[in-house]
Design a binder for this molecule. Sequence first.
Ligand SMILES: Nc1ncnc2c1ncn2[C@@H]1O[C@H](COP(=O)(O)OP(=O)(O)OP(=O)(O)O)[C@@H](O)[C@H]1O
Length: 365
Amino acid sequence: MFDGLFAESPTPAPPAPPDPVAEARQAEVIQRLKQVVEPTLGNTIVSLGMVRNLRIVGDYVYLRLYVGSHQLALQDQVEQALAPLPWCKKTYVQLCTIPQVRITLAVSSGKGGVGKSTSTVNLAAALTQAGARVGILDADIYGPNIPQMLGIPPSAVEVIQTDAGQRFRPLMGYGIQVMSVGLLADPEHPLAWRGPVLHKILTQFLHEVAWQDLDFLLIDLPPGTGDAQITIVQESPICGALMVTTPQQVALSDVRRSIQMFRKVGVPTLGLIENMSYLRCGHCGETTPIFGQGGGRQLEQELNIPLLGQVPLDPRICAGGDGGQPLTLGEPQSETAQVYGQVAAGLIQTFAPRGAIEQLRTAVS
Ligand SMILES: Nc1ncnc2c1ncn2[C@@H]1O[C@H](COP(=O)(O)OP(=O)(O)OP(=O)(O)O)[C@@H](O)[C@H]1O
């Protein structure tokens, strides 16, 4: 599906000729999997993109099931749903999950510099204020600056021994657990991983962090749709993506491409965050659309993806990023903080519809 995923890998084998029996069986399997419903979201595991890499080999079914730590029971339900298939001798379900993480969301952008990392930290802060336990995986190999934005001083990554083996211990900023690719590299040198090495490091990074009981893990992706993004999206149980954009028309084609990348791997885009939407005059309150207007609304209508919030251009957000305290925490009553608060409330509402994160946690334990 993704030509050139591994820039340095050998030429792939030609595709196998179509096998009508396997194709009919695959359709039958998908039909049955569509009967398995994720109870919180009230949607099928197929629509939610939780089933991937489905293969039928003879009388055997192989699939990967991407779940949060509160959804492990779905494995049994999948096996039960496929058990009545008369031809199926065995179903092999590979459970793909991040230990101690319930909801994994990707924060993405079509291009760099639109405020993706800023949105990630402020959204994480807003979710924390709402009572959720939150972590950020800073996977932006081109600009890993989340620790700095949360006031975490440069530190060496500590490796700890757990029951599951050696793991990286997350750092902590304002109650938010953080792990960053930037911590794995020499701060004076850019991250210059390529091809299979990049794939291996990112895969290890995704699976070998000792997160502590998270409701939400936000993955700050690198901008665009390159190898790194695809590896992360394919290898992690991402429930959905949040797309950060500016209102500019030039940013829209990049955003469309990113959304297509998520669609190809079956990850839904949950919504758009339009950043730098307008500048509000501190004296008269009038708003000026410095970077154009209407981009978020246009994408919302064209792609049927909700516009979750419009964040103003706000010098304090910049100061908050540089100073290591997200504006959402420093000035929670500000217009900007309120936008992130609304987006956070929407996420909690979606993933814990009874309205209380505590209930989400109780349901898990
Ligand atoms: N709403 C805003 N108002 C004012 N400044 C902002 C706003 N959002 C982001 N910025 C500033 O814009 C710059 C880029 O933001 P940020 O690093 O979050 O972008 P990014 O999309 O993550 O970039 P990259 O792709 O390079 O990682 C930062 O200096 C940040 O403080």
